[in-house]
Design a protein around this ligand. Sequence first.
Ligand SMILES: CC(C)(COP(=O)(O)OP(=O)(O)OC[C@H]1O[C@@H](n2cnc3c(N)ncnc32)[C@H](O)[C@@H]1OP(=O)(O)O)[C@@H](O)C(=O)NCCC(=O)NCCS
Length: 179
Amino acid sequence: MFATERVRLRPPTPDDAPNIFRLDGDPELHLLADDEPFLPRHVGQVRARLEKQVTDPPDGGSSVSLLAETVADGTFLGGCSLWGISAFERYAHLGISLLPEARGRGYGAEVIRLLCRYGFRNRNLRRLEIETLAGNVAMRRTAETCGFTHEGTQRERAYDGDGFADMAIYGLLRRDWTP
Ligand SMILES: CC(C)(COP(=O)(O)OP(=O)(O)OC[C@H]1O[C@@H](n2cnc3c(N)ncnc32)[C@H](O)[C@@H]1OP(=O)(O)O)[C@@H](O)C(=O)NCCC(=O)NCCS
């Protein structure tokens, strides 16, 4: 569907439930990547959600969730999304979570670039946003590498498991995007 030489993005199927569960079942990852409370779920519930998505798009179509895997042999790397898509304002947010063993190998930047391509070219959006905990150096560096500008910091905006932490906001306009 969307791919570089190394990474492919595709919609997850119900058979991907065990891999998606590795992300969704990790409470520490949840604190980094989600702003809702962590709810323990078993793999069957993840599968049921994926089965529902076969016919009903998540969030009524305002988000698109994709799975990232290697082109070489289909090894699961993680998940990513375009969420909060506003058709009127023509912007959306990007989200990404890779398995620990997939991090720090350049995959994150490739996935973000593929999401930008999807958002700008295929959804005709004009602005993409990434919001991340100010202390999340890996996400901040990845956003910058992919051409995003640090536009500001919201003070004590997010609960990080220990207290309230600042949130760094990054934006990329289509006119500044290098395909
Ligand atoms: C954030 C995340 C997606 C980054 O993906 P990644 O594959 O690890 O990053 P990459 O290997 O593509 O690196 C991209 C850039 O970030 C830098 N980087 C990556 N991890 C880093 C780290 N822990 N500390 C400092 N810099 C880091 C790389 O050096 C590279 O910089 P460069 O382009 O200047 O060389 C990934 O680490 C992840 O899934 N983390 C856990 C979930 C998470 O935090 N999601 C974001 C929530 S908002």
